[in-house]
Design a protein around this ligand. Structure first.
Ligand SMILES: Cc1ncc(COP(=O)(O)O)c(C=O)c1O
Length: 273
């Protein structure tokens, strides 16, 4: 693989041009290539690798606590299992369902979004996916053209840059460290912005740092995005994991002008026990 850097030269540190825009080896005929260059360039999930290692060490009797995959330490509650089983037995569900999700589920998600984060959305604005990764990849695949840049605050959940690359975009890393509580500043965002910037990724509360932006900080980030006409993908999966004085603030609620250019990712509540 060539060692050329990405043309914008702003890509993630280990990125090479071929990682952003992978091209197939022309000396191998297409029928002999097992997967596409795009899919072949996806890095292994570091989270799942750490999780597999922790489980292997545990199985070998070592006293290991895994901080990799976020899994509950209790079984799925019985009423959820019962509802899932009842839904399987309900013959109304033995047919094709709308691709974007069951209408009742979309209405329930819209009601839950209004209740928990104060954002009023129509059920028609809701898309149901099989988990956060699918939602994030589909959002980037919908928004990005080849070479479009996405500003990614770091440290980040490892899914983000891979999803961006898979959608032919370029992740542009902005590193926040302990001196700012792992929160990026407007100056850093501005330094990372170019003519090619299309999307800002925003995650608060954050995985893996746990950083929670204050209301004033959320408003400032949102206004900066509006000022530059950027899209924002805001991952609100951890909206309920706030402790002490920290407050979850939904970006399109803090800055309503952003609503038309904002994709909000939610998930079924993470265990807080
Ligand atoms: C920041 C963040 N967003 C979203 C998700 C949810 O992804 P999925 O539903 O695919 O597990 C996770 C899961 O670890 C996450 O850490």
């Amino acid at each position: 693989m060539s060692k050329r850097l990405c043309p914008p030269r702003r890509c993630l540190r280990r990125c090479r041009y071929e990682r952003c825009f992978p091209l197939p080896d022309p000396s191998i005929r297409p029928a002999d290539r097992r997967v596409s260059a795009l899919v072949g360039a996806i890095a292994e999930s570091a989270t799942l690798a750490v999780d597999a290692k922790a489980k292997a060490l545990k199985a070998a009797g070592r006293p290991v606590i895994g901080f990799g995959a976020g899994e509950p330490d209790f079984p799925t509650p019985g009423y959820i299992v019962d509802a899932a089983a009842a839904a399987c037995h309900d013959t109304r569900n033995h047919r094709y369902t709308p691709a974007g999700g069951l209408p009742e589920l979309k209405a329930a998600i819209a009601a839950k979004t209004l209740r928990d984060s104060g954002w009023a959305v129509e059920p028609s604005q809701v898309l149901v996916t099989n988990g956060g990764k699918q939602a994030i990849f589909e959002a980037f695949a919908t928004l990005l053209d080849p070479g479009d840049e996405v500003i990614v605050p770091a440290p980040y959940w490892t899914t983000y840059p891979e999803s961006i690359r898979l959608a032919n975009g370029v992740p542009v890393e902005v590193v926040a460290d302990e001196t700012t509580g792992y929160k990026v500043s407007l100056e850093q965002l501005e330094a990372a912005r170019t003519e090619r910037t299309k999307v800002l990724l925003f995650v608060s509360p954050s995985n893996p740092t746990g950083a929670v932006y204050t209301r004033a900080e959320v408003e400032a980030v949102g206004r900066w995005a509006v000022e530059h006409g950027l899209w924002v993908l805001t991952d609100e999966i951890y909206e309920h994991l706030v402790y002490g004085d920290a407050e979850f603030v939904s970006l399109p609620v803090a800055v309503p002008e952003l609503a038309g250019k904002c994709v909000v990712v939610k998930g079924s509540p993470r265990p807080t026990r």
